[in-house]
Ligand binder design. Structure first.
Ligand SMILES: Nc1nc2c(c(=O)[nH]1)N[C@H]1C(S)=C(S)[C@@H](COP(=O)(O)OP(=O)(O)OC[C@H]3O[C@@H](n4cnc5c(=O)[nH]c(N)nc54)[C@H](O)[C@@H]3O)O[C@H]1N2
Ligand SMILES: Nc1nc2c(c(=O)[nH]1)N[C@H]1C(S)=C(S)[C@@H](COP(=O)(O)OP(=O)(O)OC[C@H]3O[C@@H](n4cnc5c(=O)[nH]c(N)nc54)[C@H](O)[C@@H]3O)O[C@H]1N2
Ligand SMILES: [Mo]
Length: 774
């Protein structure tokens, strides 16, 4: 029986709260992943898809960018990968009647969860000026509307082209080409809200904005430090790699304000021991750090490394590496002398003994990997913190040798590939030169807007056409109310999407939804079945082949839609043959091979079973394409989050059952939450100090400079063993609390992990079950 879309929206009225878990996955996880899949897709479809996820002749799982091991297991996926696949491959579709029955105004108070459950979008729809409804429209007509707007702009910078990291390399390449042929570098993307701080820090210090490790390095490391990342939920297959690393003798240290289940223990569902229910301890040391304290912790460790060297000269630092490959050591060493232990303690909330223990672990390890994700990047000093990670690694030569390196763990499955293909508002001139030479035009050189600046430009009326290649910018960006009112000011908003979300409900004066083929689905064009390519977190590029028939014969591939819009807009301007690129994606890949560095012979290399690995200077040969040609040890001024008395530092995180703004269910199993999302996790002693009971309904006020407070009302306070002084709530709901201007220095990433808040007993009665925002 095909499941149905729900009519009623959801609330927290029946929320259940229990103690958090102390290990991840296990047999329970497999059960959790398969049950909804079989209910939604049926046994046959489920079996077909689940044995093809991440396989060499299969498709790339869209849930995260964790790399694939050389030897794939029969089931090379995780619970959350299975959820992502099920969510996309569901046979539930948005019926034509939906658009008649639901005005845009009526959809405004629907949750992301309800919107997503309406099913796959199967035909293009259009909202005319002044109308409160979408109505079905033909593809050619839809393309003509976009072309009319783009060709009518007074300045190409009045258009912006947002990308979310699920787009394939082929689609991304065409998309940035379309934007630059129009004449703008306005290519904001989800990365601006995600790992931008990583790119900024690493380009500056090691000359590449990507991980310097390969999959194999995890098995060869002595020590793996995981900072600001929750792999049990967001990169579950990483737990298998950590588990294997432990079997080879590696030690693991986790640094996190929350005692995340996957960082504490793990039951490997693919091993007999795990099957029988025994959890492996993951973290040998767990540092429950205060939010935003990582920079201080890293400086404190580096200081201890330098002290150890002073005590036993010539034995601690990798002098040969420092001399041959690095600069900046002297000023750094001088700066570290000033690190003040008391400030470190205040910033981190950690004891000297804990910091000494981590320093000793670092000094006793020859091969160290440091991994990080959003707990590091989404802070005001995120870029400096990552530079401190690089400093610490460089001191002992932990970059460019086996079992060691800097390993940012990416988010979206192809966010890294999209960047490689040119989706960035500030691509270097060398890339633009190659693009211009290949397509016989002069690409624009001025940098474009990023996500935050894009919202500002919309608000100021400077952007008239906004297009989204996937994603849900309005759900994902900070300052929800400002972002939504900004989007309403635009003339045309266009979304290329699989399923409904907030960015379809809040629109420009005219709006289009163009339904796309998902990654699980077979993509047949005139020349036959097509494959697309993606790049994972460790720079491995490979093909992804759709497996099941498309949800409807009306949906089109992202590649076809982008090229279709470009053709409708430009015709054959500059001699670019867009239809040829739709007919056969090999044509796109031939262009890629001539434009994108490292992608020579792209068709040949992506046709091999294993794909190929992009060149990586630091990893492959200790070459650093920085300003000085050396790896840069840098001096960064310490800062930590100042939090006045009676206030908490709020971070916004993902539950176990969500993918960014997509909500799979209202449960967060590992943290003990069922049937609800409007919760705020606070340490029990902080609750006591604030005079708030566990379970009480509270209003959350965010304080920012001299602006009026932002507030979310009607949240349930949950006593939780987070670090003292810290709190956590889920995004996207909590995004209203983050001011648009609260961004990381240099990278301009919203500070999603440090919002200064105060709690007050709620003015909304308990049990309303929906938050109220002002
Ligand atoms: N199932 C699933 N998979 C996903 C996603 C998803 O939503 N669902 N999203 C994908 C995307 S786009 C991304 S970017 C990644 C995100 O992967 P993560 O970065 O793991 O995601 P978050 O939920 O933001 O978790 C941030 C972690 O950092 C910790 N943290 C917060 N502040 C600090 C701090 O100041 N210091 C330290 N040391 N830790 C801190 C939090 O407690 C939390 O454990 O996952 C990707 N994979
Ligand atoms: N407060 C707070 N805000 C955050 C974060 C945080 O930790 N805290 N994290 C940030 C991060 S790390 C990120 S990456 C951003 C995410 O920002 P986005 O990438 O913009 O958001 P998603 O929720 O991943 O986008 C989901 C939508 O993508 C569409 N989609 C799904 N699959 C496909 C596909 O194959 N093709 C196309 N064309 N569309 C598809 C569906 O319509 C779905 O509704 O959010 C950021 N926002
Ligand atoms: Mo992300």
């Amino acid at each position: 029986m095909t499941p149905k879309a729900p009519e009623e929206d959801f609330s927290d009225a029946n929320i259940e709260v229990s103690a958090p878990k102390t290990h991840a996955v296990g047999i329970e996880g497999v059960f959790h992943s398969m049950e909804p899949a079989i209910t939604h897709m049926g046994l046959a479809r489920t079996a077909k898809l689940m044995t093809k996820i991440n396989h060499k002749d299969g498709f790339d799982c869209m849930s995260c960018a964790w790399p694939d091991p050389d030897h794939r297991k029969l089931a090379e996926f995780c619970e959350n990968g299975a959820k992502a696949v099920t969510w996309e491959a569901t046979p539930v579709v948005v019926e034509r009647s939906f658009w008649e029955e639901h005005s845009l105004t009526s959809l405004e108070d629907k949750t992301e969860y309800w919107l997503g459950l309406q099913g796959r979008i199967t035909e293009p729809v259009y909202k005319a000026p002044g109308s409160d409804h979408y109505t079905p429209i033909g593809w050619d007509e839809a393309y003509a509307i976009v072309a009319r707007h783009l060709n009518g702009l007074a300045d190409p910078n009045e258009a912006a082209f947002y990308t979310s990291g699920r787009a394939s390399n082929e689609a991304a390449f065409l998309y940035q080409l379309m934007s630059r042929v129009l004449g703008t570098n306005n290519l904001p993307d989800c990365s601006n809200m995600c790992h931008e701080s990583t790119g900024t820090a690493m380009l500056h210090t090691v000359g590449i904005g990507k991980s310097t490790v390969s999959y194999r390095d995890f098995g060869e490391a002595d020590l793996i430090i995981i900072m600001g990342q929750n792999p049990g939920t967001n990169h579950p297959r990483m737990l298998t790699a950590l588990h294997e690393a432990k079997q080879h003798g590696a030690k693991i240290v986790a640094v996190n304000p929350l005692p995340e289940a996957g960082l504490i223990g793990y039951k490997d569902p693919q091993s007999i021991k795990g099957y029988l229910g025994k959890a492996t301890q993951i973290a040998d040391q767990f540092l429950k750090i205060r939010s935003g304290g990582d920079m201080a912790l890293l400086q404190a460790i580096s200081k201890r490394v330098l002290e150890a060297e002073a005590a036993a000269p010539g034995t601690v630092l990798d002098h040969d590496f420092l001399e041959r490959h690095c600069d900046g050591f002297e000023s750094f060493a001088a700066h570290m002398e000033a690190v003040d232990d008391r400030e470190v303690e205040r910033a981190t909330g950690l004891s000297t003994a804990e910091i000494d223990e981590l320093a000793a672990r670092y000094l006793n390890s020859e091969r160290v990997i440091i991994c990080w994700a959003m707990g590091i990047t989404q802070h005001r000093k995120g870029v400096d913190t990552i530079r401190e990670i690089i400093n610490l690694l460089l001191l002992r030569g932990n970059i460019g040798k086996p079992g060691a390196g800097a390993s940012p763990i990416r988010g979206h499955s192809n966010v890294q590939g999209d960047r490689t293909m040119g989706v960035w508002e500030q691509m270097p001139d060398s890339f633009l030169d190659a693009l211009g030479a290949e397509f016989n035009f002069e690409p624009p050189r001025d940098h474009g807007v990023d996500a935050v600046h894009g919202i500002r430009a919309l608000d100021e009326g400077r952007i008239k056409v906004w297009m989204g290649l996937g994603g849900n910018l309005l759900g994902a960006i900070s300052d929800t109310h400002l972002a939504e009112s900004a989007m309403r000011k635009t003339e045309l908003s266009v979304q290329l999407s699989t399923k409904l979300n907030r960015s379809h409900v809040i629109t420009g004066e005219e709006a289009l939804i163009l339904p796309v083929l998902g990654r699980t689905e077979v993509d047949v064009q005139e020349s036959g079945p097509q494959y697309v390519t993606v790049e994972d977190s460790v720079c491995a590029v490979h093909a992804s082949h759709g497996q099941i028939p498309p949800v409807s014969d009306q949906v089109r591939s992202e590649t076809a839609i982008v090229a279709g819009i470009a053709h409708a807009t430009f015709g054959d301007r500059h001699g670019i043959d867009w239809p040829a690129m739709i007919r056969d994606y090999d044509v796109i890949r031939d262009h890629i091979s001539r434009v994108v560095p490292g992608c020579e012979s792209y068709n040949e290399k992506t046709r091999t079973r294993d794909g190929f690995v992009l060149p990586n200077g630091p990893r492959d040969s200790r070459t650093f394409a920085t300003e000085t040609g050396k790896a840069r040890i840098t001096v960064n001024e310490l800062e930590h989050v100042e939090c006045p008395p009676g206030r908490l530092i709020l971070q916004t995180v993902r539950s176990h059952d969500q993918f960014n703004t997509t909500i799979y269910s209202l449960n967060d199993r590992y943290r003990g939450i069922k049937k609800g999302r409007y919760v705020i996790f606070v340490h029990p002693d902080d609750l006591a100090d604030l005079g708030i009971e566990d379970g009480q309904t509270v209003d959350i006020f965010s304080e920012w400079k001299d602006e009026p407070d932002r507030v979310l009302r009607g949240f349930r306070a949950v006593a939780f063993p987070t670090a003292r002084g810290c709190a956590a709530a889920y995004f996207p709901e909590a995004n209203v609390l983050i001011p648009l201007d609260s961004t990381a220095l240099e990278s301009n990433t919203p500070v999603s992990k440090a919002v200064v808040i105060r709690l007050e007993p709620s003015s909304v009665p308990a049990g309303v079950g929906r938050p109220v925002t002002v």
